[in-house]
Design a protein around this ligand. Structure first.
Ligand SMILES: [Zn+2]
Length: 584
């Protein structure tokens, strides 16, 4: 309220001055096109909110500019449990929570198909590789149960809106681009190729880009620290890091594929993913889209979505307390500076609105936490499975009783959970068995979470916001804080140094910053969620979402009060001033 009153006072001072300059008794409304020309949505995969607090001093480019010129929400967090890439992107994109948009995790066990499916798997479409690459599989937004903001923008404005999205990951590009995307592009690491699917148009400028700037062009480069050594926090070698093949535990990291390789191979592409070069490539392709499609330069509001995936790969490998994560961010800061300059030039400063957020945070590497004396460890998914089976032996259940444990979600074989629900002793044995696995905090039953019950419990509410009966498990496990999921089995070792995906605040908390058209710069401390981004963009573009769990971030929107309150501005001087109101 105080801040709003301050803004109103500020405007009422500025208003008459501006009016005097224009030789007019009434202030002119601020010059603002009726709608932004371009919406830019940037998602930095796995970017913790506190990176802005800890590493800001290392930034001189786009991330710094966002803080200085944008609205910075310092207490933003996902209000649900499954803090994963597909879920976060779908939430930002739709303004709905997973219980509504249906993208409850990156993958889930499909009870009908009796196998694990990814959130974008679609057997009715075929992936298509650019530049002649042959790729497999099929991906689309068919499993998303709520339209993307970009879909709504395109269908409601009806004025030639173009929707373009890029990411290394299909689940990011697709959830942002929705069903009506005009160019939805991701990177297939097996084929080393930019890819789309038959659900979307194949576009010429991506084909040209893929031919002219192959990722393979970065083969042979060595990733070394960009900043002076004294600029980095923490140790040069991160305890517990699990780098990709061919990278060591500390800088420098050569991108040369597997040993004895003579050219780009799948190991090289995994190194490329885990390097700043992929972010730079995404920036270049986004700029090419702006140029070739004249985004933001024609009638209508266009949409550009870019999800920077490398921060996630680097974070999984080296953790949030590494030189590598600081370096990949410092370089992203430079890439974003370049992207913003490009947008200023081609679209015009003030003509586009930009939102930056992340799909989830990450937990520090448990071994690193243990070193500092904290309670931390790995929660073994394999142990959960084994102990449930063992607990049911005395009750003579058919083996296996468990169809799948996909981290938090336990799926029983057909009929087994219905039987358990009528068999309190066996169910108790199962619940106790899960509770006995090191790192388990508690277990919810599906029945407790259906229909998003009204509750005082933040944990129950977070679990329910992630729950969709047709896709979620029969039992839902909550790990203890700092006990991430370990997906290793006796035959396959763990492929990551750390991870995310829990209802704990370090996984839920993310940055949210808005900049440009219609945005009032400043720092905002209200608790918000990334589901508020789409409703805010909808408010700025005058469109209506079908459903939203978020709200309009009205506190960060400029109020052109002069335009809307002619009565107040022309009132006689003798009249008493009305009390400031917040709702014109
Ligand atoms: Zn991740």
């Amino acid at each position: 309220m105080a801040r709003r009153a301050a803004i109103l006072t500020f405007l009422s001072i500025l208003g008459p001055l501006a009016g005097a300059q224009n030789n007019s008794p009434v202030a002119k409304p601020p010059k603002m096109p009726p709608r932004p020309k371009l919406i830019v949505l940037l998602v930095v995969d796995q970017m913790r909110a506190d990176y802005f607090e800890k590493f800001r001093g290392q930034w001189t480019g786009g991330l710094k500019r966002l803080v200085e010129e944008g609205a910075w929400f310092r207490d933003a967090a996902y209000p649900y449990a499954t803090t994963e890439t597909c879920v976060g992107h779908a939430t930002i994109s739709t303004g709905a929570l997973p219980a509504a948009h249906g993208m409850i995790s990156n993958e889930w066990f499909d009870r009908e198909l009796e196998k694990t499916v990814t959130c974008t798997d679609d057997s009715k479409v075929k992936n298509l590789g650019y530049a002649g690459a042959s790729v497999t599989g099929g991906n689309s937004a068919s499993k998303m149960l709520v339209p993307a903001f970009a879909d709504e923008l395109k269908s409601q404005t009806g004025s030639g809106t173009r929707v373009v999205t890029f990411s290394l990951k299909a689940r990011a590009a697709i959830t942002m681009g929705g069903r009506l995307g005009d160019a939805v592009t991701w990177f297939d690491a097996d084929a080393g190729a930019w890819t789309t699917s038959s659900a979307y148009p194949v576009v010429e400028f991506v084909e040209e880009f893929a031919k002219a700037h192959p990722a393979a062009g970065d083969y042979g480069k060595t990733w070394t620290p960009m900043l002076p050594a004294s600029a980095y926090l923490y140790d040069r070698t991160a305890t517990g890091a699990v780098p990709p093949a061919g990278f060591g535990a500390a800088f420098p990291h050569p991108l040369r594929g597997q040993q004895d390789s003579t050219g780009p191979d799948p190991v090289f592409y995994s190194q490329w993913h885990t390097s700043p070069y992929a972010d730079t490539c995404l920036t270049r392709i986004a700029e090419t889209a702006v140029d070739k499609l004249e985004l933001g330069a024609r009638a209508g509001t266009d949409f550009l979505g870019v999800s920077y995936s490398s921060v996630d790969y680097v974070g999984h490998a080296f953790g949030p307390r590494s030189w590598e994560i600081q370096d990949v961010l410092a370089r992203l800061d430079q890439d974003l500076a370049e992207l913003f300059r490009h947008l200023d030039k081609k679209v015009g400063k003030g003509n586009y609105v930009l939102a930056l957020s992340a799909d989830h945070g990450v937990v520090p590497i448990p071994e690193n936490m243990q070193k500092s004396g904290m309670d931390a460890g790995w929660l073994s998914i394999e142990s959960v499975k084994e102990r449930i089976e063992k607990s049911l032996e005395p009750f003579h259940y058919a083996k296996p009783a468990v169809a799948d444990v996909s981290a938090s979600d336990v799926y029983f074989t057909p009929g087994a959970y219905d039987k358990l629900k009528k068999d309190p002793a066996a169910l108790r044995a199962v619940l106790e068995a899960i509770q006995s696995v090191p790192g388990v905090a508690r277990v919810y039953r599906a029945e407790e979470l259906e229909d998003r019950p009204g509750t005082q419990s933040p944990m129950l509410s977070a679990e329910a916001a992630s729950f969709l009966k047709a896709r979620s498990g029969d039992l839902l496990i909550v790990p203890r804080p700092y006990w991430p999921w370990d997906s290793s089995t006796p035959t396959s070792p763990r492929q990551y140094g750390t991870t995310h995906g829990t209802p704990h605040y370090y996984d839920q908390r993310v940055p949210v910053l808005l900049m440009g058209y219609g945005i009032e710069p400043g720092e905002y401390f209200q608790a918000i969620t990334p589901a508020d981004i789409a409703p805010t963009l909808a408010a700025l573009t005058g469109i209506t979402l079908a459903t939203h769990d978020g709200r309009v971030l009205a506190e960060a929107l400029k109020r052109p009060v002069e335009a809307r309150r002619p009565a107040q501005l022309t009132r006689p001087k003798s009249a008493p001033a009305p009390a400031p109101t917040t709702n014109p």
